[in-house]
Design a protein around this ligand. Structure first.
Ligand SMILES: [Fe+2]
Length: 457
């Protein structure tokens, strides 16, 4: 996924003016930045303190870096952007920069590098943070776009949280007994919901120009006209996906794109990643625990090809990225696009399953307080949602603060995912937030919902 100088492609309530896109005063901005950086570091500590040094330096999957790489890379990016670029100070450890340059070394290669060891990596990241907090106290806006509304601090907090998601994926791929624990998501009363919601046709505002910490690929705001369509009220569940499997979903070529068919044949894929069948029952492994697949939870760990095949089997299709964002942000009564399905308030625990508070998706139909104006549920949190769309720039896109953030990933190789998962922090999740990955990718916390064009009624 999407993170500064590292991608999987190879993925608060602050009661502040930011909630409405308004400009904050310097003190409120500092507070917001401090809170975001602190929250991220607490999460990083939890993910890296929960395993021993041997596990920190091990490569649990060739798809992932050793956790100790992520830890020092987080510190290195923070040093490069906030200590050197923002504060104009000299490099602390220039000799380690190349080791933590995500473009210089693919993940599979990183264990063979002379990386900082666990205690050294922790000390380095802590040293950078101490210095950065001084910078945060002293820095004054100076007209540089990087400092506008504290953007650089927001970018680095998002970067760390994105690596916290990456590290959670590493935890999921790691063998051995559970190292993490979290309470289950809240149980909201099950109310009968319609299977799908009609989103009326017409223009809406996609993307943003005034969200202070939005990344370059979310910008600028622009008008898109989207014909009427229907979208699933909730993400596709394990139970629905089991029906696809039972109906020969993985054995009938007609549902699959040629590349997806080739992938499942080559790798013998017959179910979502981390699932296995025992005595006729489907089980899944989740953070070191094997448990029966819960039928009422959104399906997760499926590739874009699996999502696309399911949608075809059920006589539907994946929503386009514009359809997804319209369903998530557009209020047909006011004509406005909001920051989130529920409005402009920052996400709270009643709105969405975010922030690794719960290490699983919530039951489909949960979070009524997070519903869109038309009643679509769980667009934010729970599982990333694959869309039909390639990752492309919006009209008027400008790379910021550098081309490797997003621009080098634009094109048909990557599909867009939206909405964030239970593993994503609120600081890195908005109605406009765009994630991207290869369509074969399965270890990410991705599921999907389906749609259909209304003209076919
Ligand atoms: Fe990174």
């Amino acid at each position: 996924m999407t993170s500064t100088a590292d991608t999987n492609t190879t993925t608060t309530d602050t009661a502040t003016g930011a909630a409405t896109g308004g400009r904050l005063g310097p003190e409120a901005l500092r507070e917001r930045a401090l809170e975001a950086l602190t929250t991220a570091r607490e999460r990083t500590a939890l993910l890296t303190d929960s395993v021993d040094d041997g596990e920190l330096t091990a490569q649990h999957s060739p798809l992932m870096s050793p956790l100790v790489w992520d830890l020092a890379h987080i510190g290195n990016q923070e040093e490069q952007w906030l200590w050197r670029e923002v504060a104009g100070r000299d490099a602390l450890r220039p000799e380690i920069d190349p080791l933590y340059d995500a473009f210089a070394h693919p993940r599979s290669e990183r264990p063979s590098l002379p990386l900082l060891g666990p205690s050294e990596a922790r000390a380095y990241a802590a040293d950078v943070r101490t210095r950065v907090l001084d910078v945060l106290t002293e820095v004054r806006p100076d007209g540089r776009p990087l400092l506008d509304e504290g953007f650089a601090f927001g970018m680095i907090a998002q970067h760390e949280q994105q690596h916290d998601e990456t590290m959670l994926i590493t935890h999921q791929l790691r063998k051995g007994p559970a190292a993490l624990d979290a309470p289950p998501p809240p149980v909201h009363p099950a109310t009968p919901l319609p299977a799908e919601v009609l989103i009326p046709g017409g223009p809406f505002t996609m993307g943003t120009s005034d969200e202070p910490w939005a990344l370059d690929n979310e910008r600028p705001a622009h008008v898109r006209t989207v014909p009427a369509f229907h979208i699933d009220t909730v993400p596709v569940t394990n139970g629905a996906y089991l029906a696809f499997m039972a109906d020969g979903g993985y054995t009938e070529r007609r549902w699959w794109q040629p590349e997806g068919w080739a992938q499942i044949r080559e790798h013998g894929i017959v179910a979502p990643l981390f699932w296995r069948q025992e005595n006729g029952q489907w089980l899944r492994r989740r953070f070191g625990v094997t448990e029966p697949v819960p039928e009422d939870e959104p399906v997760v760990h499926v590739s874009w090809y699996e999502a696309d095949a399911y949608a075809r089997w059920v006589g539907r299709r994946l929503p386009t990225e514009a359809e997804w964002e319209k369903a998530a942000r557009h209020d047909p009564v006011t004509g406005r696009s909001h920051r989130y399905p529920w409005g402009d308030a920052d996400p709270g625990p009643d709105h969405a399953n975010l922030g690794q508070r719960h290490l699983r998706p919530a039951r489909a139909g949960s979070y009524p307080a997070g519903a869109s104006p038309l009643g679509v549920r769980q667009l934010i949190g729970d599982v990333w949602e694959w869309t039909a769309s390639d990752f492309l720039p919006y009209p008027g896109f400008r790379a910021f603060p550098y081309k490797e953030y997003s621009e080098v990933f634009f094109g048909p190789d990557h599909k867009v995912l939206r909405g964030g998962s239970f593993a994503v922090d609120a600081v890195a999740c908005r109605g406009t937030f765009r994630n991207w990955d290869y369509p074969v990718r399965r270890q990410i916390f991705a599921g999907f919902r389906t749609a259909r064009s209304a003209e076919l009624d």
